[in-house]
Design a protein around this ligand. Sequence first.
Ligand SMILES: *[C@@H]1O[C@H](CO)[C@@H](O)[C@H](O)[C@H]1NC(C)=O
Ligand SMILES: *[C@@H]1O[C@H](CO)[C@@H](O)[C@H](O)[C@H]1NC(C)=O
Ligand SMILES: *[C@@H]1O[C@H](CO)[C@@H](O)[C@H](O)[C@H]1NC(C)=O
Ligand SMILES: *[C@@H]1O[C@H](CO)[C@@H](O)[C@H](O)[C@H]1NC(C)=O
Ligand SMILES: *[C@@H]1O[C@H](CO)[C@@H](O)[C@H](O)[C@H]1NC(C)=O
Length: 245
Amino acid sequence: MQWNLFFVVALFGVCVLGQDSSNGTDAENSTQVYNEEDEYTYPCEDTSDIVCVRSFFMSFFQCIAARFDDRQPIYRVSQTVHIPIANVTINTHKDVITFNGSKVEKLYYNPVTSSVVMTVSFKTLKIETGTAYYSISQVGKVPVTAEDTVTVNYENVWLTAVIALSNKLDMRNAKVSAYNYNARPSFSMGPELGNSSNPVVQSAIQAIHDNLPTAVQEIFLTEAYSYFIAYMQSHICYYGILLSG
Ligand SMILES: *[C@@H]1O[C@H](CO)[C@@H](O)[C@H](O)[C@H]1NC(C)=O
Ligand SMILES: *[C@@H]1O[C@H](CO)[C@@H](O)[C@H](O)[C@H]1NC(C)=O
Ligand SMILES: *[C@@H]1O[C@H](CO)[C@@H](O)[C@H](O)[C@H]1NC(C)=O
Ligand SMILES: *[C@@H]1O[C@H](CO)[C@@H](O)[C@H](O)[C@H]1NC(C)=O
Ligand SMILES: *[C@@H]1O[C@H](CO)[C@@H](O)[C@H](O)[C@H]1NC(C)=O
């Protein structure tokens, strides 16, 4: 309830501001430079107060409180990632995501863009795929395929989501960007690929290892949305969004 009130105040405040600045006389002489950040409103003074963060999202009446802690496994149905540097596409199924050391770094409402912005950081973020279907593209031929698993343990990663807010909070279409501090995290592909006698498979695996920072970046940026939604729905509030991409 209290956050609904907060939004009424926030939105009303914007209307008043808008009227003021529509009359140029004062603004012309103003020594203050317009700064969009001055208009942000912060629902939680302390973003590490997870109860406050939860009640903020729950105030939109669209989600169910989530109670997961770090280190509890979260299931992801599927995910497709492209690794162009190695001509590889990987389609994974029944993956397990494990967060550790998660922290909400920022949470604010930007009335100029009508969106809620949230940044979360993780000390580690581990992904263990179920079956990973590799598809290695070939010029003018059908792709070569292979199956295995992939395990990546990202370290010190940040996700920032911009979530549009009109009359509802559009969590499903959140725009998620990411930063991964360790370009060479522990990255292992299961044993099957390494044993493959197919030279196309061998050279694709070699290309991934030879270009690991680029491959990791490509994969992580693609997966960022699923990680953010996984965190949101396990730690903060559940929206019924299937982790499938
Ligand atoms: C804008 O400024 C003009 C001139 O100072 C004034 O006459 C007018 O009432 C102002 N309009 C608003 C909406 O404040
Ligand atoms: C702007 O400030 C100057 C100096 O302080 C003053 O002379 C001038 O009348 C002001 N102009 C407006 C539009 O307020
Ligand atoms: C990717 O495919 C292109 C076109 O066949 C080829 O030139 C390139 O060497 C391949 N890259 C790798 C890493 O195999
Ligand atoms: C998770 O983080 C805590 C402290 O931040 C650390 O003690 C623990 O070993 C970590 N666990 C895993 C599985 O990484
Ligand atoms: C692949 O090699 C590993 C050892 O590197 C071995 O344990 C495994 O059984 C092999 N798998 C196949 C299908 O040959």
